[in-house]
Design a protein around this ligand. Structure first.
Ligand code: KIV
Length: 307
């Protein structure tokens, strides 16, 4: 049991006014030159912190396969697992746009399969948009026709790990940069409302951002993108690995959590936890004498209400 409660609808501690972020409002931010902040989140508590801090877009990324589930890459996570986390995030988020990542294998066989899995993320997960990797123009068109907002994802697409031969910066040659540019325009034309650009040279991302009518959200794509996204666990150092070049660590949660857990263990081992103040008590009149042994049919002794 924990007394932690997160009543839905409670006033958040946020200093940010609660104007719901939508796909059209992200487009409006691009028009007004306002940077879009985005972060991943995978559970209720972190999603709630992220939302209350005023982040515009929360992505339930398939990176959860690695940072939450401990897989080597993102390929193993399933639709049902992603849905489980999307629902937790949905319960927490009131303001940000909630985007669910479509996992590897959930849209790769056919457009019809992609649409029906995307429907699940909207209907069962409560997502407001889905993200798909790669230049899948026909799928983006079909999702748009099915009223499902789409976030595209180009450049270093982790679900293409084996084809790429590793996590490598993409679009480094003129030809590859031109192809990326063409793919980005095609996705926007097919109806994508936002485009994530990952692991591409700053200059390439800047050129695409300048030409694209929809917001670009960069991760390892330089500062000219319309917005930025990071993996939450990278931001707070919970990855147990050296950070990639593009990651800025804003906190050391690993150190903080480690020290809290070590202090707790020491306190338990030295009987310093719990204290008397952290214990429940019998009412004074019932403390002495306590019955030596529990007696059959003995009246129960009222215990102070737990708080
Ligand atoms: O899964 C993920 O976390 C992502 C973002 C980093 C863009 O795709």
């Amino acid at each position: 049991m924990s007394l932690t409660q997160f009543p839905y609808g409670a006033t958040p501690a946020s200093a940010v006014p609660l104007a719901k972020v939508t796909m059209p409002s992200l487009l409006e931010m691009k028009r007004q030159g306002k940077p879009v902040s985005a972060l991943t989140a995978y559970d209720y508590a972190t999603a709630r912190l992220v939302d209350e801090a005023g982040i515009d877009m929360v992505l339930v990324g398939d990176s959860l396969a690695m940072v939450v589930m401990g897989h080597e890459n993102t390929l193993a996570v399933t639709v049902d697992e992603m849905l489980h986390h999307t629902r937790a995030v949905r319960r927490a988020v009131r303001r940000a746009l909630v985007v669910a990542d479509m996992p590897f294998g959930s849209y790769h066989s056919s457009v019809a399969e992609g649409v029906s899995n995307a429907v699940r993320f909207i209907k069962e997960g409560g997502a407001e948009a889905v993200k798909i990797e790669g230049p899948r123009v026909e799928l983006v068109r079909a999702l748009t026709e099915a009223e499902i907002p789409v976030v595209g994802h180009l450049g270093l697409t982790p679900q293409s790990l084996h084809r790429m031969g590793g996590y490598r910066v993409q679009a480094r040659s003129v030809d590859a940069a031109r192809q990326l540019h063409a793919d980005a325009l095609a996705l926007a034309e097919a109806g994508a409302g936002v485009l994530v650009l990952e692991g591409v040279p700053r200059e390439v991302a800047a050129a695409i951002t300048a030409e694209l009518p929809i917001p670009t959200i960069g991760i390892g794509a330089g500062p000219e993108c319309d917005g930025q996204i990071l993996v939450f666990h990278d931001l707070v150092n919970l990855t147990f690995a050296p950070p990639a070049k593009f990651v800025r660590r804003y906190a050391d949660a690993a150190a903080l959590f480690r020290s809290a857990v070590e202090q707790y263990r020491e306190d338990v081992e030295h009987r310093a936890f719990p204290s008397d103040a952290e214990s429940y008590h019998l009412p004074k009149e019932a403390r002495k004498p306590l019955p030596a042994e529990p007696q059959a049919n003995a009246p129960s002794i009222p215990v102070k209400k737990a708080v």
